[in-house]
Ligand binder design. Structure first.
Ligand code: GZL
Length: 356
């Protein structure tokens, strides 16, 4: 009799353990089901790295939203290397995750891996940046050569629009801050070369100023604005400072405006401008993109003039879109982020409620 009881008890333990593992979906401890699903889904996420305040805010938003939606998130940090992203996505395929989200560090080199995802029946979501050849509108779904069909949805900003908005601010404000100039010389700190963020901002800024969008340097049609320096700082503070140091050495007395493709590079450049004996925000009008906390602090301090918002809080949209896709519900090909522009007229009022 004792033996039978022991066997029964052991069997019970096995059943309970099996039940918990199933409820836990990807075997993690939390269990339960994903919001809007009848099971817990597993998402592989390949993130670029942690190069800027913006990126950290984006990562935090994705992780918090995965918690909120009860999604088992397999998160990989590529440390800015595309090779690491490709490897991570291949691992997600081997793990048979339900869906893959990724931020392409540059626009090129994604066709093969995304076709492997398609062959494995795993839908993919492009987050923040996009891939070459994608205009992110619904394409002919049967055309395997159309990059728009290599991923299911894109969630992120219109980078060209951000460049347009930056140029519009410069046109409207440069002369107010530095009056009396017939030509405003512009220095530009570009983002990671080949990324959709760098390419979109580069083009949008030039288009609105009336400068040839295919060349780094050039003069606007009306002759009022001239890009005299343009180089990448790879979206980091350190490199933004380093490149601005070189700009100040070669043309420190000629620069009227600095456009930085993100605030981190602008903040690095501010240090270089101060070390060169010039007054940032007055001798050189400084505009960045992202609208991160550091930019608000600089605008309130008067060392930075404006920042064009690029929303990193994409996590909720990523998880909502993933659940819709897995539930076979229709999703927008491009879920556009909503954004505003900030400068010294509204930064102080907005700063206390900023989330990143
Ligand atoms: C833009 C994003 C850019 C940010 C940078 O959507 O990809 O990358 O502007 C970040 O701060 O490094």
């Amino acid at each position: 009799m004792k033996l039978a009881k022991k066997a029964l008890f052991a069997g019970l333990i096995l059943v309970i353990a099996a039940g918990m593992a199933f409820a836990g979906g990807g075997g993690d401890s939390k269990g339960g089901v994903t919001k809007g699903m009848d099971r817990k889904i597993v998402m592989g996420y390949s993130q670029i790295g942690a190069e800027s305040e913006w990126r950290t805010a984006c990562t935090n938003s994705v992780k918090a939203a995965a918690e909120e939606w009860n999604i088992d998130l397999r998160f990989s940090d590529a440390q800015q290397q595309q090779q690491n992203q490709l490897q991570a996505i291949r691992t997600f395929i081997q793990q048979k995750v339900d869906i893959i989200a990724f931020t392409p560090v540059v626009e090129t080199g994604w066709e093969a891996i995304l076709k492997e995802c398609l062959d494995a029946g795993i839908p993919t979501i492009c987050v923040d940046r996009s891939i070459e050849g994608s205009d992110r509108v619904a394409a002919n779904p049967n055309d395997k050569n159309d990059p728009d069909n290599w991923f299911t949805a894109f969630i992120g900003s219109d980078m060209e629009q951000e460049g347009n908005r930056a140029a519009k601010w410069v046109i409207a404000n440069a002369a107010k801050i530095k009056p009396g100039k017939s030509v405003y010389n512009i220095a530009e700190l570009q983002g990671t070369v080949g990324s959709s963020a760098q390419m979109g901002r580069f083009k949008g800024f030039r288009d609105t100023l009336g400068i040839n969008p295919t060349s780094a340097l050039g003069t606007s049609k009306d002759g009022k604005f001239k890009i005299i320096l343009s180089q990448t700082g790879d979206f980091t503070r350190a490199q933004g400072k380093q490149v601005m140091e070189a700009f100040m050495k070669s043309n420190g007395n000629d620069i009227d405006v600095l456009l930085a493709h993100n605030d981190d590079m602008a903040i690095g450049a501010i240090q270089a401008i101060q070390e060169a004996g010039k007054v940032p925000g007055k001798d050189i009008v400084i505009i960045g993109i992202d609208a991160v906390k550091g930019a608000f602090e600089a605008m309130v301090a008067g060392t930075m003039n404006a920042s064009i918002e690029c929303n990193p809080l994409l996590g909720p949209q990523v998880m909502e879109t993933a659940v819709k896709i897995l539930n076979k519900q229709p999703v927008e090909k491009w879920v556009v982020s909503t954004e505003s522009d900030y400068d010294q007229t509204n930064a102080a009022a907005a700063y206390p409620t900023r989330q990143y």
